[in-house]
Ligand binder design. Structure first.
Ligand SMILES: NC(=O)C1=CN([C@@H]2O[C@H](COP(=O)(O)OP(=O)(O)OC[C@H]3O[C@@H](n4cnc5c(N)ncnc54)[C@H](OP(=O)(O)O)[C@@H]3O)[C@@H](O)[C@H]2O)C=CC1
Ligand SMILES: CC(C)(CO)C(=O)C(=O)O
Length: 304
């Protein structure tokens, strides 16, 4: 399978390297600074599931040098989405399908509008990964899940090919028959988890010590469930209970990638995640006061 990774950060480098390890043809499209870093240090995965190194990854900063791709893994932060559209168009015009694995939902409709519905698949990941100062991937969670599925009937064949590629690779990749529900379910969870940990600047264990504060996470889950329902996706109280149960059971120091970004002084995806939910709420006349409050509390730390 010919795969192009756009956004060779924590997730892009991780999954791209895992496919390469399994023998697939993977090219990393990156910007100049990351290209220099990858040329100097290569890609190294420090992973709970086994380390792996690509000394000389196939890297390009010129999208026109890529003749053709079957699949593009899009793994940029929400605030960098618009900067990838020209590159994506170059590849989708030649028949590639795009698998975005950003957290959130708004990017799906933006990409569909810009590149056409047949080009955009649904995807998400459960993993905890970050880059160290050499640009190597540090994967610290026991899980490394990639969930994907067709959002258009023309994507069925590539989804099956991808399922095969994932089954050959060191990752838990699975094709989902209900990817929209999976996307919304992750969106519901991440807005509560990243919202409460980033707004309070506390890991989830410390949040739990204050029931009044922990309760806010439940209210965000409820609002996100209502939002999904208004958009025709039937998330239920069972989904809310399961998500809240995860927050109750996570280790004391567990926290979200957005909260880790706040600790590091990096730009936050709050506009894409919580801002996006508020815009989707406006579109269907749904007030989301808890989400709006969390959004307002995180905004001063966004560093956009
Ligand atoms: N990290 C995690 O544990 C998890 C993250 N996610 C989600 O996955 C998404 C990606 O996150 P993550 O991998 O952590 O992000 P990172 O910041 O680690 O990586 C994003 C990469 O995108 C690159 N990039 C940005 N714009 C462009 C462009 N125009 N062309 C090429 N490359 C570009 C950046 O490169 P440059 O160096 O040039 O800026 C950077 O290397 C986010 O939506 C996040 O919420 C989901 C689950 C877990
Ligand atoms: C909750 C988690 C770690 C799951 O992958 C995540 O997506 C994030 O924090 O961004």
């Amino acid at each position: 399978m010919k795969i192009v990774v756009i956004g060779a950060g924590a997730l892009g480098a991780y999954f791209g390297a895992r496919w390469e390890e399994a023998g697939h043809d993977v090219t990393f499209y990156v910007r100049e600074r990351r290209a220099a870093q990858l040329k100097e240090h290569g890609i190294l995965l420090h992973s709970t599931q086994g380390d792996y190194e690509i000394k000389q990854p196939r890297v390009t900063t010129d999208i026109t040098s890529i003749e053709k791709a079957d699949l593009v893994l899009l793994a940029v932060k929400g605030y960098h989405l618009s900067g990838t559209l020209d590159q994506l168009k170059h590849l989708t015009n030649k028949g590639a399908k795009v698998l975005p694995i950003l957290n959130g939902m708004e990017h799906i409709s933006i990409l569909q509008k810009e590149l056409g519905e047949s080009a955009i698949m649904g995807g998400l990941s459960y993993i905890i990964a970050t880059l160290d100062d050499k640009g190597h991937v540090v994967h610290s969670s026991p899980f490394h899940d990639l969930v994907f599925g067709a959002l258009h009937q023309s994507q069925q064949a590539i989804a099956e090919e991808l399922a095969l590629a994932c089954s050959q690779a060191n990752m838990d990749g699975r094709q989902s028959p209900s990817i929209l529900e999976d996307l919304w379910s992750k969106y519901m969870f991440i807005n509560a988890f990243s919202g409460i940990t980033t707004a309070t600047d506390l890991p989830i264990g410390a949040v739990r010590e204050h029931p009044e504060t922990f309760h806010l996470a439940r209210m965000v889950l409820e609002e996100m469930k209502d939002l999904a329902n208004k958009h025709g996706i039937s998330l239920t109280d069972t989904h809310v209970d399961k998500a809240f149960g995860n927050l109750e059971n996570f280790g004391y120091e567990s926290t979200s990638s957005m909260h880790q970004d706040r600790r590091k002084g990096l730009t936050l995806e709050v506009e894409h995640l919580h801002g996006g939910a508020l815009r989707l709420g406006d579109a269907v006349g749904l007030a989301m006061p808890y989400t709006e409050s969390i959004y307002g509390m995180i905004k001063p730390f966004e560093r956009a």
